[in-house]
Design a binder for this molecule. Structure first.
Ligand code: FE
Ligand code: FE
Ligand code: ZN
Length: 278
């Protein structure tokens, strides 16, 4: 069974997201924990969260993925920006304890001229502060396109962060197809080779989620512009291989393509159809 969904707006609350997911044929979804560009989070209504969990039970929806705001930069040069990232992650992780089975994805950050190694050390340091033994949420580092001074544009950089984290069992990776393609990994002509490299570097057991996005740009462009599935440089055939690949089996897939709900519904149906063609 293909577990696939898309990014949904959290503005109408938790139950509304589950109901929306079901209405478009999704059996999972991603949401922002707070305004992706701002900081303050609304209070989460425990009744609304419980209603969402009841809806999961009835519909078979599972593996909700919480996405941290993109403005977080755990490896910023400015200490205040780093502290803000840390406090936001701590607050998000405290709230997420309300949602069993949730995972929390974040962009490692940009080292802004300090160098990749300094960035890696700061990110690992932030993780060593926010990860707690008694926490239930798995925190995911997202693979990045390597735009500007982004850290996490290569599997090796992710490996180097993970190596420096104590509670590794709380940590995983979310692979974004647009980002790895833009980062130079040939998931179109050599998906097997890319997944082998991931396994050799990071370990496939750490791969917990996949963001499905086509890319507006060619491989190695380091741009990060998402495109609709099949309309970009990655193409539908590559997505068919991705959603049916043995090594990716059982992982949840999340679309972050430029779409409204009807577009997401169509892409979910298209990818389910591709998976059936196997
Ligand atoms: Fe992301
Ligand atoms: Fe992504
Ligand atoms: Zn992106």
């Amino acid at each position: 069974m293909l577990r696939i969904g898309c990014h949904l707006s959290s503005s109408k609350g938790f139950l509304a997201m589950a109901q929306t997911a079901e209405s478009i044929g999704a059996n999972t979804f991603q949401f922002f924990t707070r305004n992706p560009r701002g900081g303050a989070a609304k209070v989460w209504d425990p009744g609304d969260v419980r209603a969402m969990l009841d809806c999961f039970e009835k519909t078979g929806i599972a593996s909700p993925l919480a996405h941290a705001p993109y403005t977080l930069n755990a490896c910023a040069k400015d200490e205040n920006i780093r502290r803000f990232a840390l406090e936001t992650m701590e607050d998000d992780l405290r709230r997420l304890e309300m949602i069993p089975g949730v995972m929390y994805n974040f962009h490692p950050g940009s080292h802004v001229g300090q160098g990749a190694l300094a960035g890696i050390e700061l990110i690992a340091d932030a993780l060593n502060r926010v990860l707690k033994e008694d926490m239930h949420t798995t925190v995911l580092l997202e693979t990045m396109a390597g735009k500007g001074s982004e850290v996490g544009g290569s599997f090796q950089e992710l490996r180097e962060i993970i190596d420096r984290v104590d509670l590794k069992e709380k940590l995983g990776v979310c692979l974004d197809t647009c980002h790895v393609w833009d980062g130079g990994y040939d998931i179109v002509d050599d998906l097997d080779g890319v997944l082998k490299e991931f396994d050799d570097t990071v370990g496939l057991q750490r791969l917990k989620a996949i963001h499905l996005n086509d890319s507006m740009n060619p491989k190695d462009s380091h741009k990060d512009r998402h495109e609709k599935i099949g309309k970009g440089c990655i193409g539908l055939e590559a997505f068919r291989r991705i959603v049916t690949h043995e090594a990716l089996k059982g992982r949840p897939f999340y679309l972050e393509t430029p779409n409204e709900l009807d577009g997401y519904q169509a892409e979910i149906a298209l990818l389910r159809e591709q998976a059936r063609l196997l």
